[in-house]
Design a binder for this molecule. Sequence first.
Ligand SMILES: C[S@@+](CC[C@H](N)C(=O)[O-])C[C@H]1O[C@@H](n2cnc3c(N)ncnc32)[C@H](O)[C@@H]1O
Ligand code: SF4
Length: 373
Amino acid sequence: MISFRDRLILKSITRCSVPSLINSGINKFERKLGRTYLFSNPDLVHIEPTTHCNLSCTMCGRRSAWNKLIKNASHMTKETFLKLIPFLKTSRQVFLHGWGEPLLHPHFLWMVRICKKYGSIVDFHTNGLLLTKDNCEELVAAALDGITISIDAATSDTYKAIRGGDFKQLLWNLEQLSQIKTREKKNYPRVKFKYTLMKQNLDELALLVDLAIQYRIHKIEINNLVAWPNQSHLQKQSLFDQCSHVMDIYSQALNKANQYGILMNYSGLKPNIIKNHCPFNNFTVLCDGSVGPCGAQKFILGNVNTTSLRDIWNNQEYRKLRKQFYTSQLPHRCDRCYVRTNTEKDYVNPDMSYVQETLELRRWDMCDKNKPS
Ligand SMILES: C[S@@+](CC[C@H](N)C(=O)[O-])C[C@H]1O[C@@H](n2cnc3c(N)ncnc32)[C@H](O)[C@@H]1O
Ligand code: SF4
């Protein structure tokens, strides 16, 4: 008898292209061999289509620590995106989001179609407010795999306070997407809720499960709030001082989600060193074409507008980082990464000394700045 989890894994494998599965296998094997120069390409490609946004959420790094992203908001050009095709052909999964709202990019649907044409599993995070009947029809027709709706609330008032948007509009958009999928007899794109947990929205977790049932949501992903340095309003929202209370509320919500077959996960509030393999399988391309090994945008190791993908993937910096991972001599920004450590120290007022450096290395001149933020 195949378990529910195994069935999900099998389903996701059947949505991968054969070249991407072969590449993924070679990639893992090369890591086991301890190689720093990789013949395989990255397994996971993160692409930031834009840093423009239609919202200004209270916790967003775009407006707090990295204010410069708003001043220089820009879209990735089509030319930059097309340079990524060699890696799209072999990547197992592509994530089409960064610090901004992907649906604001004038050619976002074109990007999705290209990624799907080359066989990757494609998912993106969105605030969902720009999901119209037309773009939902196109996303379903393009066989998009997943949409992650960053919701962060289960009532209009809390949504307004955190995200500043129209909650009813979001629910209407979800209903519309669900109706189109039903009409087309399609299970995809799978819709997930993403919930950044904070004092302000903790009590709405049970209500969120009700919404997930109502809108046929596949999975709820809960994550801890990163309270950026010098953002006292965020530091007050952190839940690291209420560990057992949070876990009680989460367990109740999880029980209910389980009853209705909705997946739910949360890393909790206890330290938990995760062994990530970012420099071996991850290629993050920001909207200006600059590249790093990390979705958290902590490094810039090249730019696709000036250097070939393979040359960046195996350059001195990428290889040095791989060596540091093998020898467990992680650079500070990886050693203290909140994704890896799950500790209060790294979530609340984390050391962000690398931010200025990565911002300086971005090539703002490469982007299309025609649209206002
Ligand atoms: C930066 S957004 C970009 C995509 C899209 N605009 C959205 O809101 O989903 C990507 C994800 O980061 C999350 N996020 C933003 N600020 C955060 C913070 N301070 N701590 C934890 N997650 C955060 C958002 O909730 C969202 O799920
Ligand atoms: S919608 Fe996304 S990118 Fe825009 S401000 Fe909110 S979290 Fe940030």
